[in-house]
Ligand binder design. Sequence first.
Ligand SMILES: [Zn+2]
Length: 331
Amino acid sequence: MDRQRLSRRRFLAFAGAAAVSVVGTSNLSGTRIATTASASSDAIERRTAVPGISRAGPTTPGQPLEIVASIPRVYQGGAVRLDVPHATHGTAQLLGRSYPLVSTTPEAAGYVGVDVGDPPGLTTVSVDVTASAGNTVRLERTLEILKTNWTVAHIWIPQELDNDDRAAEASDNGIDGIDENELLKSAYNGNSYRRWEEPWIVPIPGVPVSSYFGEQRSYNGGPISGHHTGTDLAAPVSTPILATNHGTVVLAQQLPIRGKMLVLDHGTGVYSGYAHLSEYEAVPGEFVERGQVIGRVGNTGLSTGPHLHWELTTSGIRVDGLRWLDGTQGF
Ligand SMILES: [Zn+2]
């Protein structure tokens, strides 16, 4: 942690720390060196209550509403859980995007995603909530967005294979295949009733990560570009894939790039996607429980080997599934 951040931490009088670093390398022959996200032991900063600014005043005497953020500093590609005790429901706004807050008794709560391209620095999150007393209140608080050091894959390939490989990699990044992107944009767009319950679980436990969320790529020493839209988990064909949380299957369809793709709606704008499957184990419209087998690992679509490409979105913003699960975001 650098001095500047330390002094800012002291200035804000936050307890604990939130130091998460993601480092990544590859060697020059193109073989990835597995790296991992690391989190300091004090990374979780739960319930650091910073009083919100209540423009409408307290709802009941002695009980002002406030926004409680699961962490005060959130990385690009990360997410923060906002809770407003004594409120029933509402909406959060961050950088012009809306996120629903739903009743989690006795609070209104929801997940606010930070996009890979959101600018680092201090920003304001606001919420409009309905208090238990029935009145509507606007609250604000400051969040700090931290720069993520994205992993970079340096890929060295013979010139004759260059074009094919670029196409495949670009596709995995979701930067071509416009129809597929539009279809997924639609599938990941909604705000249905809450099905999720914490904790969230990894869809395939105990297997290596072969490509991190947000990873960028450079070909033959060329410019670094793109961001990987999910997390790749390497596993043999037919390995069972588990639902990361309770949800309803809203898509189970063969796509040109992601192959056999399944999408779960967890409610309140949160979705998970599972790509390159060999088989589906659930059908559209079906409610599945957290941990239920929903499909099996495959190599369908544009894929260079059996793996699960796993995506997570909140109100249409793709976020890092591993950060979502590892506790460093305070939920
Ligand atoms: Zn992938």
